[in-house]
Structures are given as structure tokens and as C-alpha cells.
Write a protein that binds this ligand. Structure first.
Ligand SMILES: C[S@@+](CC[C@H](N)C(=O)[O-])C[C@H]1O[C@@H](n2cnc3c(N)ncnc32)[C@H](O)[C@@H]1O
Length: 250
């Protein structure tokens, strides 16, 4: 276990997150994750690390798909829940921005909705740099984050901004903390807004190249079955990115 440089606010939300993530049909995970695993995550190659694994649902899916998975999270309660649900992957309490692994240990690193949830703003880029360090050359970083448009969608109309009633601005560093109440469950999310360029620069600075970028949408059939998803056919909720680590000398 590595010492945590910055405690995560997610530890205080652990019970709510476990209920949110594990209540069948509640979260949108079921609508987006299948495309992430088929269109972004490559076939297993060596070890696969998930940074910010939470209660472990992505790790469980990776294991089902024959990845030799290792999960780390900064929230001890969430990590314990992940181990309790499936002890097959290796687990550790650790900081994604200071990984306790040697260089070139993993063939694939997955960050599913964790990069935008860091306690301090610079840790997104640090975590990407650490992911690149622990990846083998030509290994892949597979990312799902809240789409920067999602935060833009919360922006009030220009007239309201002109009157000084809101302070939202795309290029400013903003905390993205918010409480959502849905179907009897309450969840407080923590993190930061990042621009598209913030993510692209972090990947480039870490010596990786974006290989695929997707803006997934629920299908029309899914919207018909769950009308609440219709908004996410009009604007993106998530951004998927697969980046590849350069071979030495390239
Ligand atoms: C929205 S949850 C996603 C959990 C999981 N990937 C999933 O999709 O179910 C974000 C997770 O990132 C973790 N996290 C935030 N900052 C972290 C850091 N610096 N190091 C490791 N984990 C971190 C939180 O503790 C939380 O479990």
C-alpha cells in the first residue's frame, strides 16, 4: 500500500457510490460500458491495471473478458468492497498520481471515470503520466471521462452570464462537485472540469498518441426503453479515448 498524497473525497461517499453503482438499472454504466470494452479496450496483453477502480465493476468486467486485472483506488472502503465482490483481481489502496508499480509493468491501463475525479486539479495530468510510465512500450491507456461538453451543458444562457448571475467558464478550472438524487438514491460526485485540450495535452506530454476518440451515445432502442436517456442522444455524456505509448526511439 502506498501513502496517499491527498486523501480522496470519495472515501466519504463510499456507501452512496456502492449503492449507486450496484443498484441494477440505476446508473448509465450498462448503456455505455459495453461499447467501451469492445471499441476502446484492446485484447488482453500482459497485466491490465485499472486506476480508480471504485467498488470494482470495471475490474469484474475486465476479468470476465480474460484480463489479468489489477485495481487501485484511493478510497479504502471502496477497495474493500471491490475485494469483497471479486477477489480474483489484485487490489491495492494507492494514488493514481503516484503509482506503486515499476516502469513498464502493464500492457493496458484503464481509467474509467476516474481522471476527472481527482482531489486536486494537476493530478489528472500526473495520473496520465504515471499510467504512461507503468505501461509497456506500445501499451494502451483506455479512458472514459465525463465529456467536457457535459459541463458546458450546465452553462447558463449568455444573458444570465452577462448579468453576473453565474461564473461558469469553459477554460477556467472549476470544481465539479454536485449532488444528484435519482430513484431514491443520493450521490455526491467530486472532481474537476477539464477541457478537451487538457486531456489531449496530458496524453501528448506523457509520450502517448491518441489512437481513437469516441463520443458514445445510447441507441434509439435504448432511449425508447428508457426515455430519460434522450438528452444523451443530443449531447455527449462521456468521452472515450484510447492512447498508445510510443516505442523507444519513435
Ligand atoms: C466515479 S468513481 C469510478 C469507479 C469505477 N472506475 C467505476 O467506473 O465504477 C471514481 C473513483 O476514482 C477514485 N479516485 C479518485 N482520485 C483518485 C486517485 N488520485 N487515485 C486513485 N483513485 C482515485 C475514487 O476514489 C473513486 O473510486
Amino acid at each position: 500500500m502506498s501513502a496517499l498524497r491527498v486523501p480522496t473525497p470519495w472515501e466519504a461517499e463510499a456507501a452512496d457510490w456502492i449503492a449507486w453503482a450496484r443498484t441494477a438499472g440505476h446508473d448509465v454504466f450498462a448503456y455505455y460500458a459495453p461499447s467501451f470494452f469492445t471499441d476502446i479496450v484492446p485484447s488482453p496483453r500482459g497485466l491490465t491495471l485499472e486506476i480508480g477502480c471504485g467498488e470494482g465493476r470495471v475490474l469484474r468486467e475486465l476479468t470476465t473478458r480474460h484480463h489479468r486485472a489489477v485495481g487501485i483506488d484511493a478510497a479504502p472502503t471502496l477497495l474493500r468492497a471491490a475485494v469483497g465482490a471479486d477477489a480474483r483481481p489484485a487490489h491495492a489502496v494507492a494514488d493514481a498520481a503516484a503509482l506503486p508499480f515499476a516502469d513498464a509493468t502493464f500492457g493496458t491501463v484503464v481509467a474509467y471515470n476516474s481522471l476527472q475525479t481527482m482531489a486536486v486539479f494537476p493530478d489528472m495530468a500526473r495520473a496520465v503520466e504515471e499510467a504512461a510510465r507503468v505501461l509497456e512500450p506500445s501499451g494502451h491507456l483506455c479512458v472514459c471521462v465525463a465529456h467536457p461538453m457535459t459541463d458546458l451543458g450546465r452553462m447558463p444562457p449568455q444573458a444570465a452570464r452577462a448579468e453576473g448571475s453565474a461564473e461558469w467558464a469553459y477554460f477556467e478550472r472549476q470544481r465539479a462537485d454536485g449532488t444528484v438524487v435519482k430513484d431514491g438514491l443520493t450521490m455526491t460526485f467530486h472532481g474537476w472540469t477539464y477541457t478537451l485540450e487538457d486531456y489531449a495535452r496530458a496524453i501528448e506530454s506523457a509520450g502517448m498518441r491518441i489512437e481513437r476518440l469516441l463520443e458514445p451515445r445510447p441507441s434509439e432502442e435504448q432511449v425508447a426503453a428508457r426515455p430519460g436517456l434522450s438528452k444523451w442522444r443530443e449531447m455527449p455524456l462521456f468521452l472515450f479515448v484510447r492512447a498508445v505509448k510510443a516505442e523507444p526511439g519513435i
